[in-house]
Design a protein around this ligand. Sequence first.
Ligand SMILES: Cc1cc2nc3c(=O)[nH]c(=O)nc-3n(C[C@H](O)[C@H](O)[C@H](O)COP(=O)(O)OP(=O)(O)OC[C@H]3O[C@@H](n4cnc5c(N)ncnc54)[C@H](O)[C@@H]3O)c2cc1C
Length: 373
Amino acid sequence: MHIYDYIIIGSGLTGLSIAKKISQETSNILILEAEACAGGISRSVVMNDHKLNNGLRFFPANEISKRALDFLNEIVEQNVASESSENLIETYEASGFKRFVGFGDKSPEFYEQLSYFLTADEFKLQLQPYEWIQILATQLQDKIQTKSIVTRLGFEGLDSEKPSLTHVIVNGSKNIYARNFIYAGPVKDLGLLIPDDVLNARAKAKLKKAKAWQSVGLDLIHSVPCEKTNLLVLNGTTDDDIGPCVGRFIGSTSQWMSFIDSESAEDTENIGLVLKKMKRQVKRAFPEKADTIIKERVSVSPVLSGAELKLNANGTIPKVENLWIASAQVNPYQNLLGALMQAKFILSSLGFAAEDLAIETTIPEEAADAEPV
Ligand SMILES: Cc1cc2nc3c(=O)[nH]c(=O)nc-3n(C[C@H](O)[C@H](O)[C@H](O)COP(=O)(O)OP(=O)(O)OC[C@H]3O[C@@H](n4cnc5c(N)ncnc54)[C@H](O)[C@@H]3O)c2cc1C
């Protein structure tokens, strides 16, 4: 029976970043990925023969993101971003485009998800997130096993104080053994993967109950490019629960994003309503572009947030010493930044990274207090 040093569950940015660093010390690792290809949310999509990010991508410029990008540069062995530049966010009103100054007393329910985009500065990315993934997935290709859904975590000594995680069960039947396990998939799923003796019913109920957001993405290819390339927050005129969308043009492509809570997302009609509103918002701001759309792509992300899970200070699950939770969803930043920060944190817990790589466990004051521009 083969025993891996590390099994990494999930090949999104978090899982691949961790795997890359660990693979420099041991080649006895395995990355298990449920889908047919690696990359998770950050993999590329192809529209009109062009590779694109899987939806709108943005990287705020502040001290924390700079540290996260330094880590990423080291991992992908390339310089990912250039200097920061001002994030000149605009919105559209009947009189035309004007500087976005906030939502006033009409903040959308998913304001926290949006606030990530509303920073004063952003990093211009020289390499797009889908390219980070491509580089990492190519470098790690012999370690990634796709179409392999971890359906259960297998423990020994379940009735003892410290049960030991010994293997994962893949696709319902195959046992794969390792000494250490790093989980980089959706945190809510841990409720299904871990037996009640390890994660009790109360903890599972909390995980299930936490309000979770999913993004709804609308990617459009236009026949003509748009000169306006700054970030836009489109709020429209209807005062409903659906709320605004955020997006931007990059040449002839425009990518827009809004959010829906996962309970509402269970009914596809609700997703349809969000999309309808997003299209109306884009059409209202760019009426001349309405006839130039030659291709459209809609995406609904897996759950991006809503993980209430108590972890040990080193990122392991209470009672289990060899299961590290690396998912961005347990980080204060539930995005690319969070993915990199959580990867850094887990690596430093495991002793693979410098001490500087410990993360703040709460959002620092300057970020928490930051007003939208
Ligand atoms: C449309 C959209 C736009 C976004 N825009 C931005 C942005 O502009 N800026 C930003 O910072 N962030 C953005 N984000 C968020 C960011 O992309 C994610 O937070 C980040 O990519 C999460 O990475 P991850 O590796 O933790 O998770 P994921 O990318 O979700 O990867 C998890 C992987 O685990 C696999 N998996 C899950 N369960 C199992 C299992 N049981 N067995 C095996 N494999 C499993 C999945 O298939 C997946 O490949 C956006 C997200 C979306 C959806």
